[in-house]
Design a protein around this ligand. Sequence first.
Ligand SMILES: Nc1nc2c(ncn2[C@@H]2O[C@H](COP(=O)(O)OP(=O)(O)OP(=O)(O)O)[C@@H](O)[C@H]2O)c(=O)[nH]1
Ligand SMILES: [Mg+2]
Length: 445
Amino acid sequence: MSRTIAALATAPGIAGLNVVRISGEKAISIADKCFVGKTKLAEAKTHTIHYGNFKNGDTLIDTVTASTFLAPNSYTGEDTIEFGCHGGNIVAGQIVDALLAAGAVMPEPGEFTRTAFLNGKLDLTQVEAVADIIHSTSVAGALTSARQLIGEFTQRLKELRHGLIRTAGLLELELDFSEEDIELIDNSEVRARLVESQKYCNNLAEKFRASEVLRSGFIVAVAGFPNSGKSTLFNKLLQKNRAIVSEIEGTTRDYIEEDILLGDIKVRLIDTAGLRETEDIIEIAGIKLVESVLEQSNLVLVLNDASKGFNQSDELFITLKEKYPNSEFMLVQNKSDLLDKTADGVFVSAKTGEGTEKITDKIKTASKSSIDRLNDVLINKRHADLLRRTSLEIQRGIDAIDANMQNEIIAIDIRNATNTLGEITGDQWNEEVLAEIFSGFCIGK
Ligand SMILES: Nc1nc2c(ncn2[C@@H]2O[C@H](COP(=O)(O)OP(=O)(O)OP(=O)(O)O)[C@@H](O)[C@H]2O)c(=O)[nH]1
Ligand SMILES: [Mg+2]
């Protein structure tokens, strides 16, 4: 079913300009019912801009510009008109209403972009890049999404996929000649290619965590025994008194999170409940929450109350480090203002702020190095899961070669891997996947 959809493409609110977009088979004829300019839009060339009055019946709503994008050369691949009108809450709404009254319908969330996908204008990773650009929280994140949007990631996946398809093809071709005992491809060569492709998939999948940093921020958790000064440090780094501080052990129950901008990167700071054996059920619940926080943290600052001894938290530090191998850890000796002498290590006073620049420096370098490895792609969970599955399927192919299985079997494993890769770009897709991806989009996108 082909529908003509119209919606506000810009954010609602007070602004200089707004853009209302209409796309679909009847976009031009519906737009012409409302637009009165020197030329009819039906007679206008593609990619031209026209000035005129926008009317709802006899009522003048605004003076507007109408930009024409004729199929297939538009964002959606359908005939599209973009009306540039004055900003504010009223005018754009009236323009949309007039277009709806003239025959357009309101889109589902993400329907413009969904149409673009279905018309082959964007693949799924580009669709996801659109969402990432809209929601990006850092310059680096936006730049990476932009590169993904122009299709660099897709290109690399396509090359990988075609390489595998060629290999499977050679194996299958050889089957046709098997009677004649002709060997077209050396299995050790196939094996080497598979190992190479698998490495490539694993490398990409590993970029998931770093991609999340660009997408949602670098997560830094403050952990340690009760009273070590976690909330005090949290407040100091935030430069505001957000968390309650007291000399009572077990003050922080829930975890508290706040975002700050360090350098170019959004950092999410999380203050957690002190870790200890306790009977208090609320405190126990808080300590359980700490686990989920540490699991997803990029950097964990384990705070030690140095006034009680420098080595007090060593065991805790080692245990946590082993339990959360994906996070980076830093042991911080706090309350240096109470000490006569310090030793090796990072000594700070959360209370006075002395030495805390060592922590912010560490956060800056750690967050920067985590995203330095990313340059042209933001791997999301969907990509990472599919890449890991591809890698497993390739592994089956490698195992089949090692077990001297028939080429037929090896080729099936490789075909499975290529199908899984195809799901990433959307060469293979289903409704469920699309629904999931577009659930995060707004009406006008
Ligand atoms: N002298 C000194 N006291 C500090 C310092 N940091 C924290 N304190 C004190 O230590 C006590 C505990 O501080 P909090 O920040 O509440 O400690 P916490 O680790 O969040 O404690 P819980 O939430 O109970 O786990 C308070 O009385 C703070 O004023 C410091 O650097 N120097
Ligand atoms: Mg606290």
